[in-house]
Design a protein around this ligand. Structure first.
Ligand code: ZN
Length: 135
């Protein structure tokens, strides 16, 4: 099933209460291929929207693309390998669902807190504190 259809289906089964929040704009990575590398030119603004540590998203993308990555002088993310903008955005969206959206209420108003040395996701909207693997 393609991703768009899956999202449509998800929305179809969600109650109206949750639908109101779909106006939150998913950050869109603007990437392009240069030689054998993929440059995400707005990496800094994606981070600003999702409010997560640069290091964490950086590691996630490097791991998921199974390549090495670097941050260049202009704060752009450079992946060693050719990836389409679609692929990059799919990963950003995976990251978002895994590490930003509250598992309880699905809102993006979360922050990372530490409880007894374990990183947890705290939701500012519903107050839930969730343990998230790899956070
Ligand atoms: Zn919540």
């Amino acid at each position: 099933m393609d991703y768009e259809k899956m999202v449509d289906r998800l929305y179809a089964v969600l109650p109206a209460e949750t639908k109101r929040h779909e106006r939150f704009e998913m950050p869109q990575a603007e990437s392009f291929i240069q030689g054998n590398k993929t440059v995400v030119r707005n990496f800094a603004s994606v981070l600003k929207i999702i409010k997560r540590e640069r290091k964490h998203l950086f590691k996630f993308l490097a791991k998921e693309t199974a390549t090495s990555a670097a941050i260049d002088d202009s704060n752009r993310l450079v992946l060693n390998g050719k990836f389409s903008r679609e692929q990059v955005n799919k990963l950003v969206s995976d990251y978002f669902s895994q590490f930003v959206l509250c598992p309880e209420c699905k809102k993006p108003d979360t922050k990372v807190v530490e409880k007894q040395g374990v990183r947890m996701l705290k939701c500012e909207a519903c107050g839930a504190i969730s343990s998230v693997k790899g956070l």
